[in-house]
Design a protein around this ligand. Structure first.
Ligand SMILES: *[C@@H]1O[C@H](CO)[C@@H](O)[C@H](O)[C@H]1NC(C)=O
Ligand SMILES: *[C@@H]1O[C@H](CO)[C@@H](O)[C@H](O)[C@H]1NC(C)=O
Ligand SMILES: *[C@@H]1O[C@H](CO)[C@@H](O)[C@H](O)[C@H]1NC(C)=O
Ligand SMILES: *[C@@H]1O[C@H](CO)[C@@H](O)[C@H](O)[C@H]1NC(C)=O
Ligand SMILES: *[C@@H]1O[C@H](CO)[C@@H](O)[C@H](O)[C@H]1NC(C)=O
Length: 502
């Protein structure tokens, strides 16, 4: 071996060690709340439901870091996806035309030599972003089953061969692509960033009938809290618009979506059953992709990230959908597998924000770090408002951020309002100030509502304590933290305040 060879050999070893040739399999499941066996417990309390049947996601969690308390920055598809795919908190639907020319997560991997491929729903449906992908992204056509007027349906299994469900097609496109990566050819020696976005359990809750059989109707329960929280300001409410206006069966029912008007019990039970069945159906398709990754021998060289894009209220508080600042809408599943580091199965209760995912994946694969955005980032193409949570991979109770920020807009009485919500280890605190779309700033002096929920005594958020004098000092403190914003809470800017625990 001459010196040049030695050097190459050492460099090769260095890259192997740093994981610089690692692939990424990035799975997004639409409208999946963290209601999987692996997430249930103190951080996803449930008194209501049968055990979900999700063997593949649970098995993945068994060799991953399970992030038990991950929060999205906005509980609706498009802005949530935009914020974790760009690393910014944005409110707009199409980030390139309205926000700035930001580098997306897939684009960053593409710019660093990855073959970047998108299959299914990655950005919000209909958004084409050629800069993100090495080749045009693949969106298989949906079947008649997937486009229908009823809010749920079980499709007889024997009809699916001729007319498969869309998630079947997405899983098949993904396994085909993995095959192309494994056999070389045009992709030889090129690591990949493969994003796979499944459609269910998003409405309509459609799945093969055999998945409905996993949940006999008599095992289903109604949510124990189907009323608005005591003391909830009206502005916090969401009228379940999507399910009420887009699906004939719900539209025809007595459900009005008003505060404390509940959906008829038989419909609630059917919907819950169909949601869980759709979750199990997607789990089976996640399993198809993961099994193929293993079979092709790619598992040891592939980092796997699996997330939902936000939570979902299955009738809790009487709401059906996302689009609120409640725990159940902002809390979403996050699982990260890094071969060699998470094999034994880790779990953290530290609070993580979805904007943290971009810098984390970048660090997990050994690409150049993405830095924190400056105060004015309008002209910075690559920066992040999140932090890499690799410290939690190395020590699941490492010192880390203590709060997550979410927001949701309302328009009431001709006034624009923005709900800003802060989740600490113990509390959820939300203010609803008026908001200007000219300055993109809230006016904290014009509040349309304040909410404070104490999760140690009220994990379901049934009692708003904002006006309870026993909580007055705490409320002032939380308000101050909320106004100070994420920058103040950032561990790497060395301003992280003490935990609000105990
Ligand atoms: C956005 O950035 C890309 C490079 O990342 C560049 O090719 C493209 O021209 C830019 N578009 C605009 C509108 O600035
Ligand atoms: C679906 O809903 C639309 C709009 O309400 C209606 O025009 C159409 O007839 C419905 N189709 C079926 C099959 O019910
Ligand atoms: C809704 O129900 C809650 C809990 O029972 C009650 O405190 C609240 O006053 C009700 N709100 C309305 C608008 O009826
Ligand atoms: C993990 O982090 C915690 C909190 O900083 C610390 O007390 C503990 O010693 C760390 N554990 C290890 C194994 O480093
Ligand atoms: C908020 O509470 C923390 C500890 O619980 C304390 O250290 C901090 O000074 C308080 N901040 C304000 C502005 O009250």
């Amino acid at each position: 071996m001459n010196r040049a060879h030695t050097l190459l050999f050492l460099l090769y070893g260095f890259f192997l060690q740093c994981g610089a040739r690692k692939n990424v399999l990035f799975i997004i499941v639409d409208d999946l709340r963290p209601d999987l066996g692996c997430f249930r417990g103190a951080d996803f309390p449930t008194h209501d439901d049968p055990p979900p049947h999700t063997p593949h996601m649970d098995a993945l969690a068994g060799s991953s870091l399970l992030v038990r308390r991950a929060y999205v920055q906005q509980a609706v598809c498009s802005p949530s996806r935009t914020s974790f795919l760009t690393g910014y908190i944005l409110l707009i639907t199409h980030f390139r035309s309205a926000g700035g020319n930001f580098t997306t997560l897939p684009q960053y991997f593409r710019n660093h030599g990855r073959r970047s491929i998108g299959i299914g729903k990655i950005f919000h449906q209909g958004i084409k972003d050629p800069l993100s992908w090495s080749e045009p992204d693949i969106y298989p056509g949906s079947s008649n089953w997937d486009r229908q007027n009823a809010s749920w349906q079980f499709v007889p299994d024997n009809l699916l061969h001729a007319n498969p469900l869309i998630d079947y097609k997405i899983a098949q496109s993904a396994t085909k692509k993995l095959g192309e990566f494994a056999t070389g050819g045009k992709y030889a020696h090129t690591p990949f960033f493969l994003a796979v976005g499944f459609i269910r359990p998003h409405l309509p809750f459609v799945s093969p009938a055999s998945f409905g059989d996993l949940y006999p109707l008599n095992t289903l329960k109604l949510p124990s809290n189907n009323k608005a929280p005591v003391g909830m300001p009206e502005v916090a409410w969401f009228k379940s618009n999507e399910i009420r206006t887009q699906y004939e069966d719900i539209h025809r029912s007595s459900f009005t979506g008003e505060i404390n008007n509940t959906i008829p019990n038989n419909i609630a039970l059917d919907l819950r059953r169909a949601y869980y069945s759709a979750v199990s159906w997607v789990d089976s398709q996640v399993g198809v992709v993961l099994d193929e990754l293993n079979r092709l021998g790619l598992a040891d060289s592939t980092v796997i990230s699996l997330v939902g894009d936000h939570g979902w209220q299955l009738g809790e508080h009487g709401i059906w959908g996302k689009s609120t600042n409640f725990e159940l809408a902002t809390h979403a599943p996050m699982i990260l597998k890094i071969p060699g580091l998470t094999d034994s199965g880790l779990s953290t209760r530290r609070i993580v924000e979805f904007v943290d995912l971009f810098p984390t994946l970048v660090e997990a694969v050994g690409l150049p770090k993405v830095s924190i955005c400056p105060e004015n980032s309008a002209h910075v193409s690559t920066c992040t408002e999140g932090e890499s949570f690799m410290p939690l991979v190395h020590n699941t109770s490492a010192d880390w951020k203590h709060v997550a920020f979410s927001q949701y807009q309302r328009h009431q009485h001709r006034t624009n309002i923005m709900g800003y919500s802060l989740r600490t280890e113990r509390y959820r605190y939300t203010e609803w100030p008026e908001f200007s779309y000219q300055t993109f700033k809230p006016d904290w002096t014009k509040l349309h509502g304040v909410e404070l929920y104490d999760h140690t005594v009220d994990p379901d958020e049934n009692h708003n304590r904002a006006d309870d004098t026993a909580y007055a000092t705490l409320r002032a403190n939380l308000s101050w933290r909320l106004h100070a914003g994420w920058r103040h809470a950032s561990p790497s800017l060395h301003q992280a305040g003490p935990a609000l625990v105990g």
